[in-house]
Ligand binder design. Structure first.
Ligand code: NDP
Ligand code: BG6
Length: 656
């Protein structure tokens, strides 16, 4: 049992106290593919550099590609330079791995290919003294997982009389509940459950493994980890890229199968499961399976409709700021495709700990940023103490797990702003991986393959977990097959469909998007702002989305917020509903009613799909009070727009 290894980093500090992986041969099916060059080979290279691979170890690649051992070594030597995650490339270490790479071509439905493979393994076992231990890695399309398992059995390659034999099965494990059950049945016909390692690369991420370490090694949070203190939880996995040439695969998958059913449910299980009795693999896997089986089923179409929102991106902007095609224009995607590239979902866990606590999940491609975050929002403190002090409401505390690319944990809470008034501002305490650890960044596959070689299945999925995860999402798949949908419904490069904001706002909550200072610096109003101002705005601004033609502000209402346009345009309407001005990206509106504490003077309507930042009146006032420069620019713009005299002191005094 190697439980202590799971939670260590793969760098200078992690290496010293870790034993090497067990001697074995590793066979990669699909060795000429993308996964092998981008993630697997860099992971083995990292393990070699960290001294974690045995000298009694070699890799055999196999695929249809008619490569030879020589040409495979040459190809991998070129690819590693592109995909290595280490700051400096060490040719010596690479050579020591490269000289242990072998290749045998073959089709998986060809029996002779497996006979050739068996012969090569016999030779290498004698040469490398691996004691008959072999790990088979299925880095292939899922359609051939079953075929490979049966071919291995036919060729006698699952014989454990001399040395263990294990298989790693890549995701996606099935395409729905029935196919996952059938695939499990097929694999388990030839292999025992303890030989099967179903991989999910999210469990290889240090920040994901750290969820368990954080929860169970700190006495401070666990007493709060339940329905009495936690208001709700949000999981967001945003990707700014599109389908990256994988349209053929993606169109049969969609975000539900590609991200939610596996990666996101794994994170959810870690965050919400009960403390296991130990870190023994079965103890952890039991708790993960138990928590997923407590998820409330959406067993009527109406429940699916009420708790989920699907989206598909249309043409828009890519992360480089250049025009990006819509999903239906991507290569290998049919022009009428109904595949979802975005999903937001609300679910509940019916157990004693979580009953009544909504859990919101969302993930999508071609969103405005790349970022995976988990937000645990606690219930607000009672605010009666502050009545009459100028503090309107108390923001709830939040614990934010920054999974990637930003890696860390942040606690958000309120502090008194310096000065004679009682005024509060949201502030934070942060732990950053980069500041605390020297470990080099890996691919996530290091810890997974290392643990598998040592027979530790903690980070891998058991049959029951995989099937339970499919059971939860099956009602969505069933309904979506027949229910028409209006796609595309969000432009590339935006915050996703408006309906996903409605989903959470119906419950009186908001998506807590994690903004960065860099995002704010792009907005003209904040250019030149110092770090302190940006830091406080990052926590105060709330993203909201409006569809074209939707009203953002209605004349006559009391203003409660300022709006800043991140993307899109709005029209300001005159008395007769005529457009008197159009405002674009980087500008703001809604300030005059806040400055004068008077009703809104004009109606504002979204001209196109709009992503807006909302700044509550209390935060707006605080910023004005603290930042004379910001106050000056807002006043100048307000005066030029409305030709009214604004007394800044009025608003500042009123608020204090
Ligand atoms: P690729 O399509 O790039 O590679 C597939 C490999 O399988 C190729 O080497 C191909 O050989 C081989 N192959 C396919 N069918 C046969 C067959 N009948 N006989 C022999 N060889 C065959 O896929 P990826 O590498 O991207 O993905 C592999 C798996 O990893 C998938 O399950 C995917 O979901 C999973 N995955 C991939 C990730 C990635 O970033 N790429 C990330 C996480 C998971 P040849 O080239 O000779 O045709
Ligand atoms: C893969 C999905 O499993 O995970 C991809 O197939 C997705 O579509 C990727 O982009 C995301 O992984 P990561 O580690 O970049 O978050």
């Amino acid at each position: 049992m190697t439980q202590s290894r799971n939670f260590q980093s793969h760098g200078v500090t992690g290496v010293l106290d870790q034993p090497k992986a067990e001697p074995c041969l590793l066979v990669i099916f699909g060795a000429s593919g993308d996964l092998t060059k981008r993630l697997l080979m860099p992971a083995f290279y990292n393990l070699v550099c960290d001294g974690l691979l045995s000298e009694n170890f070699a890799i055999v690649g196999t695929a249809m590609d008619p490569l030879t051992t020589e040409s495979f070594r040459e190809k991998m030597s070129v690819d590693i330079k592109q995909f290595s995650t280490r700051v400096e490339f060490d040719p010596k270490q690479w050579d020591s791995l490269c000289s242990r790479l072998y290749y045998t071509p073959g089709k998986f439905d060809e029996d002779a290919a497996f006979v050739r493979l068996a012969e090569l393994l016999k030779t290498l076992d004698a040469q490398y003294k691996t004691g008959g231990k072999v790990l088979f890695y299925m880095a292939t399309p899922p359609s051939v997982f079953g075929l490979i398992s049966s071919q291995l059995e036919k060729a006698g390659l699952n014989d454990t009389s001399v040395g263990w034999k294990r298989i790693i099965v890549e995701k996606p494990f099935g395409t729905d509940l029935d196919s996952a059950i059938a695939l499990n049945r097929e694999i388990l016909k030839y292999w025992k459950e303890e030989q099967v390692f179903r991989i999910d690369h999210y469990l290889g991420k240090e920040t994901v493994q750290n969820i368990i370490a954080f929860r169970f090694s700190n006495g401070m949070f666990e007493p709060l980890w339940n329905r009495n203190y936690i208001d709700h939880i949000q999981f967001s996995v945003a990707e700014s890229v599109g389908v990256e040439g994988r349209g053929g695969y993606y169109d049969r998958s969609g975000v539900l199968r590609d991200m939610l059913q596996n990666h996101m449910f794994q994170m959810l299980a870690y965050l919400c499961m009960e403390p296991p009795a130990s870190f023994a693999p079965e103890a952890v896997r039991n708790e993960k399976a138990k928590i997923l089986s407590a998820v409330r089923m959406m067993d009527t179409p109406d429940l699916v409709r009420r708790n989920t929102v699907r989206g598909q991106y249309g043409p828009g902007t890519g992360p480089d700021g250049k025009p990006a095609p819509g999903y239906r224009e991507e290569p290998s995607v049919p022009p009428e495709s109904r595949t979802e590239t975005f999903l937001a979902m609300r679910l509940f866990i019916d157990n004693w700990r979580w009953h009544g606590v909504p859990i919101y999940l969302r993930s999508g491609k071609r969103l405005w940023k790349r970022g995976t975050e988990i937000i645990v929002q606690l219930k607000s403190a009672p605010d009666f103490l502050f009545h009459g002090t100028g503090v309107d409401s108390l923001d709830p505390n939040r614990l934010v797990f920054h999974i990637q690319p930003d890696q860390g944990i942040e606690l958000q809470f309120q502090a008194k702003t310096p000065g004679p008034h009682m005024s509060l501002q949201k502030v934070n305490m942060r732990f950053d991986y980069g500041e605390s650890f020297t470990a080099s960044r890996g691919t996530g596959y290091e810890v997974l393959t290392y643990n598998c070689m040592n027979g530790d299945a903690t980070l891998f999925s058991r049959t029951d977990l995989v099937e339970t995860a499919w059971r939860i999402v099956q009602p969505l798949l069933d309904l979506w097959k027949t229910e028409p949908v209006e796609f595309p419904n969000y432009p590339a490069g935006t915050w996703g469909p408006k309906a996903s904001f409605d989903l959470i706002e119906r419950d009186g909550r908001k998506w807590a998007d994690v903004l960065s200072r860099e995002t704010l610096k792009k907005i003209p109003l904040f250019q030149g702002a110092d770090g302190v101002l940006l830091g406080s705005l990052v926590m105060a601004l709330k993203p909201v989305v409006f569809q074209a033609e939707e009203l953002v502000i209605q004349k006559g209402e009391m203003g409660r917020a300022l709006y800043i346009i991140a993307r899109g345009e709005v029209d300001v309407l005159g008395e007769a509903g005529e457009v008197v001005a159009t405002l674009g990206e980087g500008t703001f509106f809604g300030e005059i009613s806040l400055l004068l504490s008077s009703p809104r003077m004009a109606t504002v309507r979204a001209k196109s799909f709009c992503d807006l930042f909302l700044l509550d009146k209390s935060d707006f006032t605080r910023v004005l009070r603290e930042r004379p420069q910001f106050l000056k620019s807002v006043m100048e713009i307000a005066t030029s727009r409305y030709n009214v005299a604004v007394q800044p002191d009025a608003i500042l005094e009123e608020e204090s």
